[in-house]
Design a protein around this ligand. Structure first.
Ligand code: GTP
Ligand code: MG
Length: 310
């Protein structure tokens, strides 16, 4: 399956919520078939329904409000609501878009996020992808909180065929990070992917640990961490935005990985992220398999939701 088809398949539930909802609305208010020259402004009921459709897809209050307003203004052109919403979503997604750039060696990326969002899986997929591009990757297992975490990561490292620096028994995560930085320099690795814990005894502990990891990495490799990827589970919806704010304050998040889009109708969350957080979405996860991580491209994303290539 090609990347676009994969994205389309992953976003199926969002398509049903958004595109089909908008099509029904267009039919109801009779705007879909309007020619360029005909005009009609949307009424209050239509605006309410439109907002509801967007909120159900988790576009979020602020972005939904903005979209409804601007669709209301532009409706005079006689385009379908569906096309206008699609254009607005694309505009918002493009406003904060930036692909990942690997500029230094080793390029150190911390992967952070609350428990269960898909950090370890994302690292496995990403390691595989980067290796496929010819980069030398090292994985660092800095989640020493959960006993099974290192073994889970080892399986992914083996699958991708990349090296891993494992925690010594009972060691401090920051010490593992130190070892990984040293190893990456000695072995001339291009990229280090650091897996971190999603849960500690308290959230304050978790944030302190991330802060310590950052400092150790920065002491060993100039400019590190070059990237802090916050993994957000799309099925969690708007709660993800609160998590993002917390992590951004402490961990200096530079980009988002949005996972589990394949299990949700809430794919509009990408628009809320771009609108509210102004953080670039770097990748999206559309399944549990090694090939199910796709670089984020705004146009493909909306095309996949609306099932049409512009
Ligand atoms: N459907 C689907 N499942 C995913 C995706 N990404 C991760 N998962 C699943 O989510 C579950 C948790 O993934 P992990 O990678 O272990 O999550 P984590 O953030 O490392 O979890 P902790 O280490 O406990 O904090 C696993 O069952 C993964 O297979 C995705 O894009 N789609
Ligand atoms: Mg994990």
């Amino acid at each position: 399956m090609g990347i676009f088809d994969k994205l389309k398949a992953g976003l199926q539930k969002t398509t049903r919520q958004l595109r089909d909802g908008l099509d029904r609305l267009d039919e109801m208010v009779g705007l879909g078939g309007l020619s360029e020259t005909r005009t009609r402004e949307i009424d209050v009921d239509t605006a309410d329904t439109l907002e509801e459709i967007l909120l159900m897809a988790d576009v979020g209050v602020a972005a939904s409000g903005e979209i409804v307003q601007s669709v209301g203004r532009r409706q005079r052109r006689g385009e379908s609501l569906r096309d206008l919403v699609k254009q607005e979503m694309l505009r918002i997604l493009e406003s904060s878009n930036a692909p990942i750039a690997i500029t230094s060696k080793p390029h150190v990326a911390l992967i952070v996020g609350v428990n269960g969002v898909g950090k370890t899986t994302t690292i496995g997929k990403l390691a595989n992808q980067l290796k496929g591009e010819g980069r030398a990757v090292l994985i660092c297992a800095a989640d020493t909180f959960r006993a099974a975490a290192v073994d889970q990561l080892q399986i992914w490292a083996d699958r991708a065929g990349v090296g891993i620096v494992r925690a010594r028994e009972g060691s401090d995560p920051a010490a593992v990070v130190f070892d990984a930085m040293t190893a990456a320099k000695a072995r001339q690795r291009d990229v280090v992917l650091v897996d971190t814990a999603g849960r500690l005894h308290t959230r304050a502990n978790l944030m302190n640990e991330l802060d310590k990891i950052r400092r150790v990495a920065g002491r060993e490799v100039p400019g590190a961490p070059h990237e802090v990827l916050l993994v957000l589970d799309a099925t969690v919806g708007q709660n993800g935005l609160a998590q993002a704010r917390e992590f951004t304050n402490v961990a200096g998040v530079t980009g988002i990985v949005l996972t589990k889009l394949d299990g949700t109708a809430k794919g509009g969350i990408a628009v809320a992220i771009a609108h509210d957080l102004k953080l670039p979405i770097r990748y999206v996860g559309v399944g549990e398999g090694v090939d199910d991580l796709l670089p984020f491209a705004p146009r493909d994303y909306v095309d996949a939701i609306f099932l049409e290539k512009w």
